[in-house]
Write a protein that binds this ligand. Structure first.
Ligand code: NAD
Length: 470
């Protein structure tokens, strides 16, 4: 952290000198980031394995490929995204040139988290770079190997005058937050999210908070148990459950639960074998502190599948709990681990009530073959995103915004949304110095005739439209 203020001054000087603004520079840095990913794939995969025992497959698909695709999307569209956007003009601005110009915000701070430590640091960076900002990156100390690897690689590939990485833990993050940034993009838990927002308020810095929450999943009686189980097992136990979009609880009737359990058991065996601990595809909990929190949650309800653990290895078996109550610890907090509780409810209406009683989550899921059921859950709940008959997949499409609502955070990114997040939309009206006679009506001394004219020319009239608002 030593020399941080010097680095920040350097970044600010580069930004003020306009270094990050030209499209050529932005593209060169996006290409450099792609080069970093390409040339250091093995090192990054090793680091992810050391931190989370993340399999090569998951690391490539959910981390490296994800960032690469974001960078390519930005490169493919940057010229179009950056073009000034013409707007509809009013009667009094008919002769003017009116447009929105996307401008970079300045020096931005990106604070990442450990669960997908490459993706949650570099995906926002793609947006910040594409929009022409300078950026300070703060990877999570919890995924220490990945953090160190990124901290050593980034200065070798990206322009050091415009991009800097600072490692460290909570105290370093708190120190960083004392400085003025032009935007802060934070991914992590809500307690730290609140600290980030308070620190940002001191400088009136805008923020995006990508937080977590309990993602509920309603399984309707008409859902196919086999495909539902396979998709749920994949979504919940990927990265050993340490995924912000993972289904955090299943809501279904006891009859659906009894059909689902054997299918869940079959899927678990099919995916991870008879001993998930020996599966090369099953991850580990990132650290001891988080391991112990999860182990304690195993005491909620009744374990029907899994339940084994080993502290030395930070291993928790893929676990399914039944007979849980809303008052159980596993229902009170986001699990963020390989535990799937099933809460029995009597109807879809009750499932919707349970979902609505909770904080707004990052995602709501529903499994059903009936479009009406899906529509009911969609219409009567609120969440950052929504997906029917699957989970996690909504975040794979970068033409959809990714982000939370309410306690799961605010602000969105991915694809164009990242570019928009890190851009200021500057309202521009270019008027000619001539035609002064057209302006006389708005100048004092005022009179009734001028007022009538101004009211007439500025009136917004209701158009015929199909919406049936009175
Ligand atoms: P974490 O411990 O990695 O913390 C995130 C960042 O905050 C780190 O860079 C860390 O250095 C910093 N930090 C930690 N404690 C701090 C403190 N006291 N003061 C200042 N800075 C501090 O991550 P976590 O909180 O364990 O993350 C897990 C949470 O993140 C879960 O709730 C999960 O749902 C959420 N998450 C959200 C998303 C999303 O995209 N919405 C993605 C991944 C994780």
């Amino acid at each position: 952290m030593a020399g941080f203020s010097d680095s920040l001054l350097r970044l600010r000087a580069s930004f003020s000198a306009g270094k990050t603004r030209p499209l050529e520079f932005r593209c060169s840095q996006l290409n450099a980031l792609l080069c970093l990913l390409r040339e250091n794939e093995e090192g990054l995969l090793d680091a992810l394995y050391a931190d989370l025992r993340k399999s090569r497959f998951e690391a490539l698909v959910t981390e490296l490929r994800f960032v690469k695709n974001e960078a390519w999307t930005a490169l493919n569209n940057l010229e179009r995204w950056s073009r000034p956007e013409g707007v509809e003009r009013s009667f009094v601005t008919k002769l003017d040139h009116c447009f929105i110009r996307r401008e970079p915000l300045g020096v931005v701070l990106i604070i990442g988290t450990w669960s997908h430590p490459v993706r949650f640091l570099l995906t926002p960076l793609v947006g910040a770079m594409a929009a022409g900002n300078a950026a300070v990156l703060k990877p999570s100390e919890v995924s220490g190997r990945t953090s160190e690897t990124l901290a050593s690689l980034i200065p070798r590939y990206l322009d050091k005058e415009c991009f800097a990485v600072f490692t460290g833990g909570p105290s370093e993050t708190r120190r960083l937050l004392q400085y003025k940034f032009d935007y802060i993009f934070y991914t992590g838990g809500s307690p730290v999210g609140k600290l980030v927002m308070k620190a940002a308020a001191e400088h009136l810095t805008p923020v995006t908070l990508e937080l977590g929450g309990k993602n509920p999943c309603y399984v309707s009686p008409d859902a196919d148990p086999e495909s539902t189980a396979r998709r749920l097992v994949w979504g919940r136990f990927l990265n050993a459950g340490q995924s912000c979009l993972g289904p955090d609880l299943v809501l279904c009737t006891p009859e659906v639960r009894d059909r689902l359990l054997p299918a869940l058991k079959r899927s678990l065996r099919e995916f991870y074998g008879p001993r998930p601990r020996d599966s090369p595809d099953y991850g580990r909990i990132v650290d001891r502190h988080r391991f112990r929190r999860l182990r304690d949650l195993l005491g909620s309800g009744r374990v029907v599948l899994g339940g084994e653990w080993d502290e030395e290895e930070r291993y928790i078996a893929p676990t399914v709990l039944v007979d849980v109550k809303e008052s159980d610890p596993v229902m009170k907090e986001e699990i963020f681990g390989p535990i799937l509780p099933i809460l029995s409810i009597s109807s879809m209406g009750e499932a919707i009530e349970v979902i609505s009683r909770g904080q707004k989550p990052l995602a709501v899921y529903v499994f059903s073959s009936c479009a009406k059921v899906i529509r009911e859950v969609l219409d009567h709940t609120s969440s950052g995103g929504f997906c029917s008959n699957d989970n996690l997949m909504q975040s794979s499409l970068n033409t959809l915004p990714f982000g939370g609502v309410g306690s799961s955070g605010f602000g969105t990114y991915h694809g164009r949304f990242s570019f928009e997040t890190f851009s200021h939309r500057r309202a521009c009206l270019l008027r000619s110095p001539g035609l002064e006679s057209l302006n006389v009506a708005r100048y004092p001394p005022y009179n009734q005739q001028k007022l009538n004219w101004i009211l007439w020319v500025t009136d917004v009239r209701r158009r015929d439209c199909s919406c049936s608002v009175l």
